[in-house]
Design a protein. Structure first.
Length: 429
């Protein structure tokens, strides 16, 4: 039943039916939050062992260092080895820091604004604040907190469409080739937020080798979901740092990751991996800001995971919890909306989100209707720079926090909201 083929009278009748169905669901007085990608309590319970991984008499490192004290700016050796393997770099190419990668990304870019970035041969290394305007490429739909960082730092954001294998590289290459004010680009290379796209080898190679006008251009490689599969094992993404080295551009990328959605949100461990030049630059800036990270928490994570096999086994347990939630989202979307011509959606193999595109001009209305019926979604436009979706069609769904039963209830409401908003839109056109 493709709604776009219906006559005005048929649409009016359908709108009445959809309104009645929606009103019935709204009367349930639900309160379900699907705004953010938060781990559920069951996921957090998997990491209870973290709280006892370091005892009050066993807080020393492998070389006897007392990790309760100051120092070790780049992270304890045990954590550097484990997370270097996780990030596919060497221990001297990584900084293991505090609880989240978002502060590390913000600090890296704020450091560029205040002090500049190491550039290539002959490149200007002046602070970005002295090279205004500063522009950043933003694959869309994308992660709202990335856009907030850019907006806060005064960067001009340029939308780059996402394809099935990553960002539109023709558009990326055209944007960076001749414009030295383009200083960087956001990337979530595996299970992208919110589309779930995993970058192809061809995209990685083009990012590594493309000509850029700015010698201090940086790809901000936010590999937040590197191990977050939904049951079939993690996808493979080519190592961008190695690709950059092979292309003769070793300083082009800053890679970030964290355990925030692996263990305890807000109490994880974050990391930045990059060339030795970039690591040395970051440590020089970091030396001014801190006397060292939380080394006890780093030790706690090393002892909890043990090694990469332990980390992967832990993420298999995570997948067993959240995989059925994504299955429930897809099953209801398929049953309720397939063939109606009013919505398309992603079917990710990992990550934390499902991306839904509704009819142009309907996303804000769908989100409003869902909210009035007790299902809270991220505001319309949140997946685009400046909060402005030019087509008002993309909606990010975050299924991890609610129970499967709540997800089923929420998705029934969401689908009714999509139907009602679409019928009202079509009968007006």
């Amino acid at each position: 039943m493709d709604l776009k083929t219906k006559t005005p009278d048929e649409l009016a009748a359908l709108a009445g039916e959809f309104q009645a169905a929606y009103d019935g669901l709204r009367g349930r007085n639900l309160s379900i939050d699907m705004t953010r990608g938060k781990p559920s309590p069951e996921q957090l319970d998997l990491s209870a062992g973290l709280l006892t991984a370091v005892s009050d008499d066993d807080f020393r490192g492998e070389d006897g260092t007392d990790y309760r004290n100051y120092g070790i700016l780049d992270g304890i050796p045990e954590a550097k080895r484990l997370f270097a393997e996780y990030m596919e770099v060497t221990p001297d190419e990584i900084i293991v820091g505090g609880n989240g990668s978002l502060p590390m990304m913000y600090d890296a870019l704020a450091g560029g604004v205040l002090f500049g970035m190491p550039g290539g041969e002959g490149a200007c290394e002046a602070p970005w604040k002295d090279q205004t305007p500063v522009k950043f490429l933003c694959p869309v739909p994308g992660y709202d907190r990335h856009f907030t960082i850019c907006e806060t730092l005064g960067f001009e954001m340029i939308n780059i469409a996402m394809d099935d294998d990553g960002p539109d590289m023709d558009a990326v290459e055209a944007a960076v080739k001749d414009d030295p004010s383009v200083k960087g680009m956001w990337c979530v290379p595996k299970y992208s937020n919110p589309t779930g796209v995993t970058y192809s080898d061809a995209v990685v190679d083009r990012l590594a080798s493309m000509p850029v006008a700015a010698g201090d251009f940086r790809v901000i490689w936010d590999n937040a979901y590197a191990a977050h599969h939904l049951g079939n094992g993690p996808a493979v993404v080519k190592n961008l740092l190695q690709a950059c080295k092979d292309a003769g551009n070793p300083d082009r990328v800053l890679m970030f990751g964290s355990t925030s959605k692996m263990t305890m949100a807000g109490a994880g461990v974050a990391m930045m991996a990059a060339s030795k030049t970039n690591i040395d630059d970051a440590l020089k800036k970091l030396f001014v800001a801190t006397i060292g990270p939380d080394k006890i928490n780093q030790l706690r994570h090393v002892r909890f995971f043990g090694d990469m096999d332990g980390l992967c086994a832990h993420m298999d347990k995570q997948a067993a919890i959240i995989g059925p939630k994504f299955d429930a989202v897809d099953e209801i979307l398929e049953r309720r909306l397939a063939g109606k011509g009013i919505a398309t959606w992603t079917k990710p193999d990992g990550g934390y989100f499902v991306s839904v595109d509704v009819l142009d001009g309907c996303a804000a209305d769908v989100i409003r209707l869902s909210g009035e019926a007790g299902v809270k979604l991220v505001p319309a436009g949140a997946t685009f720079p400046y909060g402005k979706d030019p087509n008002d069609r993309n909606i990010r769904i975050a299924p991890t926090m609610p129970s499967v039963d709540d997800i089923r209830s929420a998705m029934e409401i969401f689908c009714s909201a999509v139907e009602l908003a679409a019928a009202n839109k079509l009968k007006e056109s």
